[in-house]
Write a protein that binds this ligand. Structure first.
Ligand SMILES: NC(=O)c1ccc[n+]([C@@H]2O[C@H](COP(=O)([O-])OP(=O)(O)OC[C@H]3O[C@@H](n4cnc5c(N)ncnc54)[C@H](O)[C@@H]3O)[C@@H](O)[C@H]2O)c1
Length: 463
């Protein structure tokens, strides 16, 4: 099928690569000239395992091509994905300006050649599907020769569908090829059928797995969930709100565990074995971050506010997380007493491992707070140092090349991102080079006994 994907970010580019792998022809439209240049030369503009390899394998341009204008993509496509960003505004509402601009441009580019399906993959407030339809109609009217007021939009020529995205950065390809479900929100039977056709190889798992994303054993089919537009939009927000709430719950339990002498890891294991609860997203730590959880929970609160629906759980989810970012600092204060003049070394910067994404990363809150308190900050991250330097020049951080350099003469290590390489370190060597052997394990992933044996004062979260 002929597809256009607008926005080559984490969602758009991964969607494009996977659709091409399923055999579809995809034109990717990207507004950022620098990103476009990188994509055209076969480079991935961000760090996401496996994406570069897929890009390279389609470098011949036969199925995958790149464009800088929406009209070019729309003209040649039947299915048009909107994958632009919807970042949070200071009010907590999502900034919909990119969606607005794109929807109008799609409208302006539509022709009567064939019916188009406009798919909203960006995470948008409930009701946005209808709104996008209105914006596309406005775009169509703007280019019609008859005066816009009297022009009758040809609403039969397109249909707006919601297809929320659930991928996780760091395992985006795996999540896209082997999702828990594909959700389609629409009341147009024809559009639903075309979307089913688009995803058929994925739903039936008939494609050959790419080298970088092996099919999990026994994975045979994907539920195709068809619902109305508003419910599809609500599914996305509620899923993220629930996951964020689960982590905040674990963190609230961690606070109680510390006081009563329990171990939150044991508690999480014990409750997670209950099938009604499950072990995933029950990890206590320095809190959740990333481009989605905070933005989407805030946006859902704003939607609820418009309808006067109370949201005490959502508000608590955010406030627990906000406080959790400071737990590591409290532990440093308990161990070091004075923070001023201390050398504090952060292990990891990205909001989670296997990505270079720093949006709403806990490391940024912890770093800026410690700098404000007079500490001298160091950091090491396997992939996000360059983006941190570029995006956060205000943070006075000495960036290091590895953990050994990070630890040399430092007063304390704080593990913020649970990169796999932090699991296999020579802790004796690291400890011997430090001024004070203090480690705060902000993700509860290190071996406490091993660290203690190496001479560290080990502080986890919730134990
Ligand atoms: N990143 C995730 O893990 C994730 C997961 C699920 C859903 N989402 C949602 O998906 C959407 C996209 O997220 P993302 O992380 O990919 O964002 P992103 O910021 O990484 O990418 C968005 C891209 O759209 C491009 N763009 C903006 N305006 C454009 C225009 N007019 N024409 C062409 N390109 C344009 C930008 O230059 C950018 O490259 C958001 O609504 C987000 O909430 C993200």
């Amino acid at each position: 099928m002929d597809v256009c994907v607008i926005g080559a970010g984490y969602v758009g580019l991964v969607t494009s690569c996977s659709l091409v792998h399923l055999g579809h022809k995809v034109v990717v439209v990207e507004a950022d000239k620098h990103k476009l240049e990188m994509l055209r030369s076969g480079e991935c503009p961000f760090y996401e395992p496996g994406v570069s390899e897929l890009l390279k394998s389609h470098a011949d341009g036969e199925l995958l091509s790149f464009a800088d204008n929406i009209a070019e993509g729309v003209k040649s496509s039947e299915i048009i994905f909107i994958c632009v960003g919807t970042p949070p505004l200071p009010s907590g509402e999502p900034d919909m300006s990119a969606v607005v601009a794109v929807a109008r441009s799609i409208g302006a580019a539509l022709d009567s050649g064939r019916k188009r399906i406009i798919v909203n993959k960006s995470t948008v407030p409930v009701g946005s599907g209808n709104w996008v339809e209105m914006l596309v109609n406005q775009g169509m009217q703007a280019v019609q020769t008859v005066p816009a007021r009297s022009a009758k939009p040809d609403s039969l020529s397109f249909s707006v569908v919601s297809n929320p995205e659930f991928l996780r950065e760091g395992s985006a390809l795996h999540d896209t090829f082997y999702p828990d479900r594909v959700v389609i929100g629409s009341s147009d039977a024809g559009a639903i059928n075309r979307m089913r056709e688009l995803y058929r190889p994925l739903i039936e798992q008939t494609f050959s797995p790419p080298e970088t994303a092996a099919r999990p054993a026994g994975f045979a089919a994907v539920p195709f969930v068809v619902t109305d537009l508003a419910s599809a939009e609500m599914i996305k927000y509620s899923a993220n709100a629930f996951l964020a709430m689960k982590i905040s719950f674990a963190n609230e339990m961690a606070g109680i565990c510390e006081r009563v002498g329990a171990d939150v890891k044991e508690v999480a294991r014990g409750i997670g074995l209950d099938k009604r609860i499950g072990t995933a997203f029950l990890n206590a730590g320095v809190g959740w971050g990333g481009s989605c959880f905070g933005k989407d929970v805030h946006a859902l609160i704003e939607v609820a506010r418009e309808y006067s629906a109370p949201t005490p759980l959502l508000e608590a989810t955010i406030s627990v997380n906000k406080n959790q970012r400071h737990v590591a600092i409290k532990k440093l204060q308990e161990e070091l007493k004075i923070i001023k003049g201390r050398v504090i070394a952060l292990m990891g910067l990205s909001f989670k491992p296997d990505t270079d994404d720093l949006r709403d990363a806990a490391s940024l809150t912890i770093a800026s707070q410690l700098i404000k308190m007079g500490a001298s900050l160091r950091a090491y991250d396997p992939v996000s140092i360059a983006s941190c330097k570029r995006l956060h020049p205000e943070l006075e951080i000495d960036y290091c090349h590895n953990v050994q350099e990070l630890a040399d003469g430092a007063d304390a290590l704080v593990l913020v991102t649970e990169w796999a390489e932090f699991q296999n370190l020579d802790w004796h060597r690291i400890a011997s080079s430090m001024k004070n052997r203090i480690i705060v394990d902000g993700r509860n992933v290190l071996n406490k006994e091993e660290l203690k044996a190496a001479g560290f004062v080990y502080r986890g979260i919730g134990m």
